[in-house]
Design a protein around this ligand. Structure first.
Ligand SMILES: Cc1ncc(COP(=O)(O)O)c(C=O)c1O
Length: 454
């Protein structure tokens, strides 16, 4: 088989897979998962026909996937992939560019610079900010907090990158009690410690309480959040950020999905004041609906980001333009900026706003439909997240399991302020209003069946 026919076969199979999603169970069936054991064989001693490798991958692998690329997957916070971004990703994978340096890949370096400019524009962040294209919000948090560590310690006369942290002046880190675990993981990996942070109480929605903030200094890193992973709630940014900056603290905002509210005029007020922070973590694989893995670490002070991440060596050519690897922990990496550029090109400013707004309206529709049926919505629906209780914790757990098995849609569970809840996250370009109605009907059907049994 020629490379051309192999790639055609892959593209055909990919299209067939995507077309099958509306008619298949969103969760893979037990049989499909059991069939994955057929992958468990020894490394082939001899070369295999690539067409057969691909066929096996599709025939065994495709049915064992969760249908998160379709319109009825509401678990975690998971975007699908816009066709333009998927197609661009396929082509860019064929290019196989190492995106570290302009000299290796002028095209991807150019597109990354443009994607960054567009992101800052659509998110209303300072246009001179620097950024790195990373794997996701975890690494975006890590990269932004590395920049914070660099800047605050440099101000205190300490070179963190050269000297490490042993003997360094201490930095205080303040987080809300509902901080995402990955921000804590980033702090742990940076030697700032996940247990030595000061945790500030939150309100009933999960927002950090401004009246409980401890004293802030120029040795403080304050981690705020735009988009609580359960409720979508946004910390009181406009109230807190000016105070923190006046004290000389570094303000980092984890806006993995919530920062996208800035791109939708009707939601932008929710994140008013966010542009005054020092750094922002955002995911593109969530609400921008590009393929995994894709996040962006954005930092107001270019020197702080470069100070934390740039390295040089005689063989690493540095030109006059932005060298991508100077802004990320990685050297070699894939062309994430291409997918972002393609998604933003295809949607345009109005398409991005429409997608965000539509998903928010769809979340509100879920909440209304469930509340009208007598179920309790546990937090205000401000963005794309809904938390619902179907009764006591055990009943809610059973309903969640029933919905997953039913297969019309997929939702996960959580515990919100002591109560078991089902999470609905509407983050996909592919979710139609019909998908919402179908899914809502399935949720209500399963819930009433479980209630009838109890
Ligand atoms: C607020 C927040 N921060 C960070 C993350 C981690 O993102 P990723 O899985 O892309 O690293 C998430 C994931 O849901 C999130 O919601």
């Amino acid at each position: 088989m020629t490379t051309r026919s192999l790639l055609r076969d892959a593209a055909e199979r990919a299209a067939t897979y995507l077309e099958s999603l509306p008619d298949r169970s969103v969760a893979p069936t037990a049989e499909a998962v059991a069939a994955l054991s057929q992958f468990d064989h020894f490394l082939p001693e001899h070369p295999q026909n690539p067409a057969e490798v691909l066929a096996t991958l599709d025939e065994l692998g495709s049915p064992g996937t969760g249908a998160s690329a379709g319109g009825r997957y509401f678990g975690f916070v998971i975007g699908a992939t816009l066709p333009a971004a998927l197609a661009a990703n396929m082509l860019a994978t064929a290019w196989d560019q190492n995106c570290a340096l302009v000299v290796i890949s002028p095209t991807t370096a150019k597109l990354e610079s443009i994607a960054l400019r567009w992101l800052l524009d659509v998110l209303h962040l300072p246009p001179t900010s620097a950024a790195g294209f990373v794997t996701g919000a975890t690494m975006a948090n890590f990269t932004c907090l590395a920049a914070a560590r660099h800047a605050l310690l440099q101000r205190a006369g300490w070179d963190a990158e050269a000297q490490g942290l042993f003997g360094a002046p201490p930095l205080d880190v303040i987080v809300g009690d509902e901080v995402h675990v990955t921000a804590l993981k980033a702090l742990a990996m940076l030697g700032l410690g996940r247990a030595r942070v000061t945790r500030v109480p939150v309100d009933s929605q999960g927002r950090l309480r401004a009246d409980s903030l401890p004293a802030l200094t120029d040795r403080t890193i304050l981690c705020l959040q735009a988009g609580n992973v359960n409720t979508g709630a946004i910390d009181p940014l406009a109230e807190i950020i000016p105070r923190a900056r006046a004290a000389g603290a570094w303000v980092h905002v984890d806006g993995a999905f919530g920062l996208w509210a800035a791109a939708a005029p009707a939601r932008a007020a929710l994140v008013a004041g966010i542009e005054n922070a020092d750094s922002w973590a955002i995911d593109a694989h969530k609400w921008l609906n590009v393929p995994y893995d894709s996040g962006v670490a954005i930092v107001r002070d270019k020197d702080a980001l470069r100070g934390a991440t740039a390295v040089s060596a005689a063989y690493l050519v540095q030109g006059a333009e932005r060298e991508p690897s100077e802004y990320t922990p990685e050297l070699s990496r894939r062309a994430r900026g291409v997918d972002v550029w393609a998604a933003m090109s295809a949607l345009g400013r109005s398409g991005i706003a429409e997608m965000i707004e539509r998903n928010c309206r769809q979340a509100a529709r879920f909440a209304t439909g469930l509340r009208d049926a007598g179920y309790e919505i546990l937090a205000d629906v401000v963005l794309n997240q809904v938390l619902v209780s179907f009764g006591d914790d055990e009943t809610t757990r059973r309903v969640i399991a029933g919905i997953q098995t039913d297969g019309t849609c997929w939702c996960g569970g959580t515990v919100w302020q002591g109560r078991t809840a089902m999470r609905i996250s509407v983050s996909s370009w592919a979710t139609t209003n019909e998908d919402v109605e179908l899914s809502l009907a399935a949720m209500l059907r399963v819930a009433s069946e479980i209630h009838a049994l109890r």
